[in-house]
Design a protein around this ligand. Structure first.
Ligand code: ZN
Ligand code: ZN
Ligand code: ZN
Length: 336
């Protein structure tokens, strides 16, 4: 063994249900998965972004995003059905609607800013981030960080322990999620509308990709273990692992020489996905879990169970949309 560091994995492999080939596939109950299934589509997130800037009407979304009418229509319907937006008629004939954010929709802002922070740091190349955030509350440049709800200190992914919560277990995979909704939107619009959110989502928004990252946070590193934990086919797993190595999220490390065997470990960049990951986890726990979180997180620094908060790195306050000001680093009327 080349790697003497023993890290305990939260996954108990004896509890993973054995699958019969004829049965519907199962997956681990997961608030991140539930969240990604709603907002993982890039167009959906771009629409939400505009909502935080105060855009409310169909024609305005269309004009700003240059989004096909039917796509916009289906995404607005999805966001309304899922309780993220609600429709308010603005004239007496009730045929015209504003789409307004609900409390649940405002709650997603922490996911948005954590994706921006990740994209800004790792996916801007040698260019400045597409947009700089300022925190009005303290009048400083804003770098969102994840803090512990108990001790308010910044949380690093290695300082967290996981255990099963009251909502843990395995459920049938939502057939909607089996369809890959990974959008290639990002590459096609990158030149006209750079977006750290779109860049970040292009890495983790497909279902298998985010699940591989999740298992990495849980301490699973080996090919066969990932395969067992996820019920994923070997070729899809190999494909996702190779992509993650190419884009710098995972590194392949030998742990045995004869025969050669490898582990897949998160890089510094991969560890930084912890921000978006926990923001999605917290939102999914709050809105999609019926008060039964599948997973309990413990902060090993203060030894308390905690909820992840996305806060200002400077003043430590939870970041609210109305407290953030934006400055663009490129000439285009649409920010980040
Ligand atoms: Zn400040
Ligand atoms: Zn703490
Ligand atoms: Zn602040």
């Amino acid at each position: 063994m080349m790697d003497t560091l023993v890290e305990t994995s939260f996954t108990d492999f004896s509890q993973i249900p054995k699958k019969n080939i004829n049965e519907a596939p199962l997956e681990r109950n997961c608030s991140v998965g539930r969240t990604v299934s709603i907002i993982g589509d890039t167009w959906t997130f771009m629409i939400l972004r505009e909502c935080y800037f105060g855009i409310k009407r169909f024609s305005q979304f269309q004009q700003i995003l240059k989004i096909p009418r039917t796509t916009l229509s289906s995404r607005l319907q999805l966001l309304t059905e899922k309780g993220i937006l609600h429709k308010v008629s603005y004239n007496s004939s009730t045929t015209r609607f504003d789409y307004r954010l609900t409390a649940q929709g405002f709650g997603l802002y922490s996911v948005m800013v954590s994706l921006i922070a990740f994209g800004d740091k790792w996916l801007s190349g040698s260019n400045p981030p597409p947009v700089q955030l300022f925190h009005r509350s303290c009048a400083c440049k804003l770098n969102p960080i994840v803090a512990c709800s108990q001790c308010r200190r910044e949380i690093k992914s290695i300082d967290v322990n996981y255990r099963n919560g009251p909502g843990s277990g395995w459920s049938n995979i939502d057939p909607e999620r089996v369809k890959s909704r990974h959008s290639h939107f990002y590459k096609s619009t990158e030149s006209i509308r750079p977006s750290s959110v779109a860049r970040a989502l292009s890495i983790i928004s497909d279902r298998w990709s985010f699940m591989v990252v999740r298992e990495s946070f849980f301490g699973i590193r080996r090919f066969d273990e990932l395969q067992t934990a996820l019920g994923i086919s070997p070729n899809i797993l190999a494909n996702r692992l190779n992509k993650f190595i190419q884009n710098g999220i995972l590194k392949k490390v030998a742990y045995q020489d004869a025969p050669p065997r490898f582990e897949y470990k998160l890089t510094a960049m991969g560890h930084d996905l912890f921000g978006p990951f926990t923001a999605m986890l917290e939102w999914g726990d709050q809105w999609l879990s019926n008060n039964k979180p599948p997973l309990i997180l413990t902060h090993l620094v203060c030894r308390n169970d905690f909820k992840p908060l996305v806060v200002c790195n400077h003043c430590g306050e939870v970041i609210l949309p109305q407290q953030v000001r934006y400055e663009m680093s490129y000439k285009n009327p649409v920010p980040f």
